[in-house]
Ligand binder design. Structure first.
Ligand SMILES: [Zn+2]
Length: 222
C-alpha cells in the first residue's frame, strides 16, 4: 500500500514527542501501520529528538543526577500512551475481519462485530466511549453521498479504512490520511462502488455552515 496523502509535519513531531492525544495517536497509528513514508519521517524526527537529548551539556550538579534523569525520561517515554501502539510493518497486518490494531481499545477487534448507529440516510457512525475527552469516531458512508460542507474548530485527523472519497483537497483512498487544520473547509463526496469507512479524531467540534448541516449537528453530537 502506498498512501498518497500523509500525516502533517506537526502530527509526526507530536507523535515523536509524545504530545498527541491518545485519540489522535490511535488514528496516526493506523496510518503509520500502512505508510512506509511516514514511518521514515517519524524515525527522522525521533532521531533528531534523541540527538538533542544526547547533546545537552549538563552542569556538574546535573551531571551527578543525569543518569537517573535520563533513565526516568526514557521510562516516561515508554509509559506514554502513544508508545503503547508502536508503528509496525504493514506485512504484519492481520486478517480481513480485523480492525487496525490501534483501534481495538476503542472499537473492538472485529469489523463484523461493529454496532453501527444510524445517523442520517446513508450515514452510520460509532463514537468511541472511553476517550480522553477528544472525539474518536468511525464513519460509514454509502457510495455517492455528498457530506455537508464543514470546517473545524481545531484539528481533524482522518484515516480511510475502506472505499474512497473526493473533496477540495483531492482523492482519498484506503490508507490515505486527511490531516486537516481549523482553516480547512471541505465537502467530501464518497466514490461509487462500496461504502467509505473512515476513522477520525477531532480535537474540537465540527462547524457546519449550511442550514441542513446545522440541523444535522445535534444528531451528530460533535
Ligand atoms: Zn504517510
Amino acid at each position: 500500500m502506498s498512501p498518497r496523502h500523509h500525516l502533517d509535519e506537526t502530527t509526526v513531531l507530536g507523535w515523536a514527542s509524545g504530545a498527541l492525544s491518545p485519540e489522535m495517536a490511535a488514528v496516526a497509528a493506523t496510518h503509520l501501520d500502512v505508510c512506509r513514508h511516514c514511518r521514515s519521517r517519524l524515525a527522522t524526527a525521533e532521531g533528531i529528538g534523541g540527538t538533542l537529548l544526547e547533546q545537552q551539556q549538563p552542569s556538574t550538579d546535573d551531571a551527578m543526577r543525569m543518569p537517573h534523569l535520563r533513565e526516568h525520561m526514557l521510562a516516561a517515554l515508554d509509559a506514554h500512551p502513544n508508545r503503547r501502539v508502536p508503528p509496525r510493518r504493514e506485512e504484519a497486518t492481520a486478517g480481513p475481519d480485523n480492525l487496525p490494531r490501534a483501534l481495538h481499545p476503542y472499537f473492538g477487534t472485529s469489523w463484523r462485530s461493529l454496532r453501527w448507529r444510524w445517523l442520517a440516510p446513508g450515514v452510520r457512525m460509532i463514537r468511541a466511549l472511553r476517550t480522553s475527552g477528544h472525539a474518536l469516531i468511525l464513519l460509514r458512508i454509502d457510495p455517492g453521498m455528498s457530506m455537508p460542507l464543514h470546517s473545524h474548530g481545531g484539528i481533524e485527523l482522518t484515516q480511510v479504512l475502506a472505499g474512497s472519497y473526493d473533496d477540495e483537497l483531492g482523492h482519498f483512498g484506503v490508507g490515505d490520511a486527511a490531516d486537516l487544520g481549523p482553516e480547512t473547509l471541505h465537502r467530501p463526496v464518497t466514490s461509487a462502488g462500496g461504502p467509505c469507512v473512515c476513522v477520525a479524531a477531532l480535537d474540537a467540534p465540527l462547524r457546519f455552515p449550511g442550514w441542513f448541516a446545522r440541523m444535522l449537528q445535534p444528531l451528530v453530537g460533535l
